[in-house]
Design a protein around this ligand. Structure first.
Ligand code: ADP
Ligand code: MG
Length: 350
């Protein structure tokens, strides 16, 4: 059994089933993100793990112990929320030491532990300040220090970076992951930001309407999405409408343009299908392994800096592709006729 084991977890509020048959095993020391749009049930699952919400059915085990109906303060969990839930009338040091004081630890032990935590979160000089004297990013560091001070077995983070500026968010991402690795603490991180989930996690759980749609490494989730929802929610995706003309022979048609794939497809002639393609797998011109070649013209060019996103009109549809900026080569001109190529194996049929 996994260190943290969530088994057939369900939650209803009145008639609304907001978490449906949620199953997940998390290994000790693993960093797992729950990723999904607002309202899909991420916080509800997290609150059930933390003991702030009672499951309608199912069970939660931590290190072999069934905690499903154990009170939050007896679960050995640390939690950080989106809004800086620090005690405004306590200093940083007293905030961090709060849980230890409640647990009845002695003054000297608390002082030592608080100093360790201040060091860990990179604010060794700020123990005497009050929350209002800190930036948002510093306040979230303190919230993290407070959650970790009591040496929890599991750390739960509910969108802890959402309220911060973009630059701070990226640097705190790396900081949180470094601290988590140093301590080897089993962590669940809730976010609606796919870049955050992909960049930080050992594994990602993509949630949709109360269901865990797919669980996998960031690489698997991005490159081998198993549902259309996951494919569309994570990353940018081309979805191309096509028609099956000969499924067994792998023949399809994009509008009037016939295309042959190197594989057998499921379905019958005349069926509508969707082809999914990441922009970075589409090449301008012919690439070495690009066995599917299509003609079109440049419809849009978006210069993003290191990447140039180009939209090519092909068979009545727009296909986005990414090319890297090259300082000695200006981006293609709108209206120019071009060929694009794709490798068969990068085409997902949904
Ligand atoms: P997320 O964190 O993914 O945004 P939540 O877990 O907060 O989603 O909410 C999932 C669904 O459950 C939402 O439709 C929300 O309105 C509903 N919900 C959450 N908490 C309660 C509650 N205490 N009472 C009634 N409905 C709730
Ligand atoms: Mg939430």
């Amino acid at each position: 059994m996994a260190f943290l084991d969530i088994h057939h977890l369900e939650k209803s509020f009145g008639a609304a089933r907001v978490v449906k048959d949620f199953n997940l095993g998390i290994e000790k020391g693993e960093f797992v993100s729950f990723l999904g749009p607002s309202g899909c049930g991420k916080t509800t699952v997290l609150r059930m793990v933390g003991g702030f919400e009672t499951p309608t059915s199912g069970s939660i085990r931590i290190d072999g112990r069934d905690v499903t109906r154990i009170a939050a303060n007896r679960r050995n969990i640390g939690m950080v929320f989106q809004a800086y839930a620090l005690f405004p009338n306590l200093t940083v040091a007293d905030n961090i030491g709060f849980g230890l004081k409640v647990a009845g630890e002695g003054k000297a032990a608390i002082r030592t532990r608080v100093a360790e935590m201040l060091e860990l979160i990179g604010l060794p000089q700020l123990g005497g300040r009050y929350p209002f004297q800190l930036s948002g990013g510093q306040q979230q560091r303190v919230a993290l220090g407070r959650a970790l001070a009591v040496r929890p077995q599991v750390l739960l983070l509910d969108e802890p970076l959402s309220a911060l500026d973009a630059k701070i968010r990226v640097s705190l991402r790396e900081e949180i992951r470094r601290i988590q690795r140093d301590l080897g603490i089993t962590t669940i991180f809730v976010t609606h930001d796919q870049e955050e989930a992909l960049s930080m996690s050992d594994r990602v759980v993509v949630m949709h309407q109360g269901v865990a749609d797919q669980v996998g490494t960031p690489f698997e989730i991005y490159n081998r999405p198993t549902t259309r929802f996951v494919a569309e929610f994570v990353g940018t995706l081309n979805l191309i409408d096509a028609e099956l003309t000969d499924a067994a022979a792998g023949r399809i048609r994009l509008g009037d343009v016939p295309v042959a794939l190197n594989r057998t497809l499921a379905g019958r002639s005349g069926d509508r299908i969707s082809l999914a393609l990441r922009p970075e797998t589409v090449a301008l011109g012919r690439k070495e392994d690009g066995n599917v070649v299509l003609s079109g013209h440049i419809a849009e060019v978006h210069f993003l800096g290191s990447v140039i996103r180009v939209r090519v009109a092909v068979a009545g549809q727009l296909l986005s592709l990414d090319t890297f900026n090259q300082p000695d080569r200006p981006p293609p001109a709108i209206g120019a006729p071009v060929e694009v190529s794709v490798s068969d194996r990068d085409l997902l049929v949904l």
